[in-house]
Design a protein around this ligand. Structure first.
Ligand code: AMP
Length: 472
């Protein structure tokens, strides 16, 4: 069985030394729900054994009654939310992964993507390892179990020394919690404190919800051990120049979070201001595609002096499992999620702001919707550069062929989405707006410059030529 293609968008949360560890982990996962909606799980430790509850579905549905928490006893817990493609086999891939091995029990939750997973897996299988999931995360468990080293830190160092790619890991044993971030620091991970308890979370918004104090980010390459004696920090791996993911700022992280030393909302607003400087237009109103386009639209409106309005209203209760009627009324598409406010849009020259165009199908529907609602002109502005290359480090992007800007010019895309004009933020503009602070962000999705080569799928030049046909 092959490892699935990289598609892990995930969130992790853990707490050590709290009487309501599982309950607080549930709340933490609730705050991280935007990082993954397909499945979730919690593993707790009561000091001598691990206990798990995990399933497909949203956090509030999977942990829907108090009985579940009675089966998650103990003062430590880790949790995971996962996004991936649907499919019958998905249930076995729900995290955290828990195993019993010769040295006890261990559970692992992982955000990111290990790029040399298939190679290591083939090797481990050749030596007799039997894999139960199709997740790259399981490799870490096998490497830990097969390491000859005696301490957990040494076994983990062995394991992490073998894997390449993006990972924020949370591990729990009967007596310890461990947090690790890959040397490139692709994904965010932060450390907090709640009274005498330590908390680790993908994003600071999860600390806010449980009123934990933000202490600091877990550093790229850092492995933090938390046990009854407190916290110890280790840097067992070779140092490299960090390359945190710039797309976390553009789309993925929540605006109220602080990641990589910056508040996401402020960065997004600055992206909008920069966009207004690069692509000014005479218009009557600026509207966001909610929710991800809102801060950038506010920035664009402020900088351009064009009035900000809400011309599209989002239904927040649309789940991933929404079932459309089969026959009579078809193709609700984006209408399920967004509805135009005709009174705002009628006879207006409208600037529509979104954070990114991936396949182009959403923008096309939105432009039609805004025009049908009476807009005189529709100008689309995107608060990031064209997304032309797939992500191999943990953001779920389609393969290169499906990324509209990999094979089409801005003018071709403008025609396809039927906008009167289209402007993307420039690559320099993106960097200026984020502010580098000597950080070399991973921008592979925009530039094709991959900080770690993907061993099986080589970057752009090796990929097949793209067909020029646009989706309907
Ligand atoms: P598309 O129709 O494929 O062009 O989708 C564009 C929309 O998807 C934009 O409104 C983005 O906010 C959103 N988006 C961008 N990146 C992702 C991602 N990795 N996963 C899910 N949605 C995304």
């Amino acid at each position: 069985m092959n490892i699935q293609r990289p598609e892990e968008e995930c969130g992790v949360f853990g707490i050590f030394n709290h009487p309501e560890a599982a309950n607080l982990t549930y709340l933490g996962l609730y705050a991280l729900q935007h990082r993954g909606q397909e499945s979730c799980g919690i593993v707790s430790s009561d000091g001598s054994a691990l206990h798990a509850h995990k399933s497909m579905g949203l956090v509030a549905d999977v942990f829907s009654n108090q009985e579940i928490f009675k089966n998650l006893p103990g003062r430590a817990a880790i949790g995971h939310v996962r996004y991936s493609t649907t499919g019958g086999s998905a249930i076995k891939n729900v995290q955290p992964i828990m195993v019993d091995y010769s040295r006890g029990s261990i559970a692992v939750a992982h955000n990111g993507n290990i790029v040399n997973a298939q190679m290591i897996k083939d090797e481990l299988e050749a030596y007799g390892s039997i894999f139960q999931t199709t997740m790259d995360t399981e490799i870490i468990v096998h490497l830990l179990a097969t390491s000859k080293a005696s301490s957990l830190l040494d076994r983990l160092t062995d394991a992490l020394g073998r894997i390449k790619g993006a990972y924020c890991l949370l591990l729990i044993t009967e007596t310890r919690m461990v947090a690790a971030r890959d040397p490139h620091g692709f994904r965010p991970l932060c450390l907090g404190k709640l009274g005498e308890s330590y908390v680790v979370a993908s994003e600071s918004c999860a600390l806010d919800l449980i009123e934990a104090e933000f202490i600091r980010e877990i550093e790229p390459g850092e492995v933090v051990f938390i046990d009854k004696n407190g916290i110890t920090s280790n840097f067992p791996l070779k140092k490299v120049a960090p390359t945190p993911c710039i797309f976390e700022f553009v789309y993925f992280a929540r605006p109220d979070s602080c990641i990589f030393g910056k508040n996401v909302y402020q960065v997004r607003k600055e992206l909008g201001r920069q966009l207004a400087r690069e692509y000014a237009i005479d218009a009557d109103i600026v509207i966001p595609v909610p929710d991800s386009g809102v801060p950038a639209a506010m920035g664009y409106a402020e900088e351009s002096g064009i009035r900000f309005e809400l011309g599209l209203i989002r239904n927040h209760y649309v789940g991933r499992t929404f079932i459309e009627p089969q026959q009579s009324i078809r193709h609700f598409g984006v209408k399920i999620k967004l509805n135009p406010v005709r009174e705002v849009l009628k006879d207006k020259r409208v600037v529509v702001i979104d954070d990114s165009i991936v396949r182009g199908t959403t923008s096309r529907k939105i432009v039609k919707m805004v025009r049908n609602a009476g807009a005189k002109e529709v100008h689309v502005r995107i608060s990031s550069p064209p997304t032309s290359y797939p992500c191999y480090y943990g953001i779920d992007t389609p393969n290169r062929k499906e990324l509209i800007s990999s094979s089409h010019t801005v003018e071709e895309i403008r025609k396809y989405i039927t906008a009167d004009s289209l402007g993307y933020l420039s690559r320099d503009g993106l960097l200026n707006a984020v502010g580098t602070n000597n950080t070399d962000y991973c921008r592979a999705c925009f530039s094709g410059d991959y900080p770690i080569e993907f061993p099986m799928l080589k970057p752009a030049p090796q990929l097949p030529l793209f067909d020029k046909e646009l989706p309907e």
